[in-house]
Design a protein around this ligand. Structure first.
Ligand SMILES: [Zn+2]
Length: 237
């Protein structure tokens, strides 16, 4: 934070009006947002918004793990949208944890649920969710303490499927305000599927057969239940 204040001071010394959003500790009102245009955000001021960019030399499109080949174009970067549109579950009463709490659940211990994605996927893929309506920033301390052990339990359950070389996990929070953490099982030996491009490969490769997917999801649920909690039959969306 001290470095941020120094950066603000330097920009002010150059005569720029700076009102960094990161210094606000509360949600801004519409009136305040109207004053906060893109160039005043320290973290967007350097971005080439509206410009056409060349592909990066040796960037991800040229990595051996990237699923795409040939010429690529970079989309023109759009200006920030402020205030950001609401995510699913910003209103807790309309969140899936209230309206469809059992959907896709293959295991729960009352505090956590593990869910499948509704339909077969290319690779084994599950999601860890809190049973109650929390996001990471407001998750109670007792649940935060369980997050590490839960992450390890799910990785072990996926490795027990066999044929899985590595389990990857990611937590993005742009789609839903309810905490959810993804787990991906990379098939053993599929070295092109390594690393951060794995979800891109899942987008372009065919899904596994339904019976295989149902069996894998059930096996993950039962494997978790062996250490506590309860597994549920796999039901497609
Ligand atoms: Zn929720």
């Amino acid at each position: 934070m001290r470095q941020l204040h120094h950066a603000v001071a330097r920009l002010r010394a150059r005569g720029r009006r700076v009102r960094p959003r990161v210094c606000h500790h509360r949600r801004m009102t519409d009136n305040e947002t109207a004053e906060f245009d893109a160039p005043t955000n320290l973290f967007t001021a350097h971005l080439p918004i509206g410009e056409t960019l060349p592909p990066p030399v040796d960037g991800i499109p040229f990595w051996d793990v990237c699923p795409y080949d040939g010429d690529v174009r970079i989309k023109v970067l759009e200006p920030p949208v402020l205030p950001e549109p609401p995510r699913h579950g910003e209103d807790p009463s309309a969140c899936r944890c209230v309206t469809r709490p059992h959907e896709g659940v293959i295991w729960t211990d009352g505090a956590w649920t593990v869910t499948h994605s509704g339909e077969p996927t290319t690779i084994p893929m599950v999601m860890l969710n809190t049973a109650g309506h929390y996001d990471l920033a407001d998750m109670p301390a007792d649940l935060i303490l369980q997050l590490g052990p839960m992450t390890q339990r799910i990785e072990r359950a996926m490795l027990r499927l066999g044929g899985i070389g590595r389990v990857h996990t990611s937590r993005w929070g742009d789609g839903s305000a309810h905490f959810h953490q993804w787990f991906f099982g990379r098939p053993e030996g599929m070295m092109q599927l390594r690393g951060t491009c794995l979800p891109l490969w899942d987008d372009v490769l065919p899904n596994m057969p339904v019976d295989l997917w149902v069996g894998a999801m059930a096996a993950i649920g039962e494997s978790l239940a062996a250490d506590g909690g309860e597994a549920f039959p796999v039901q497609r969306a």
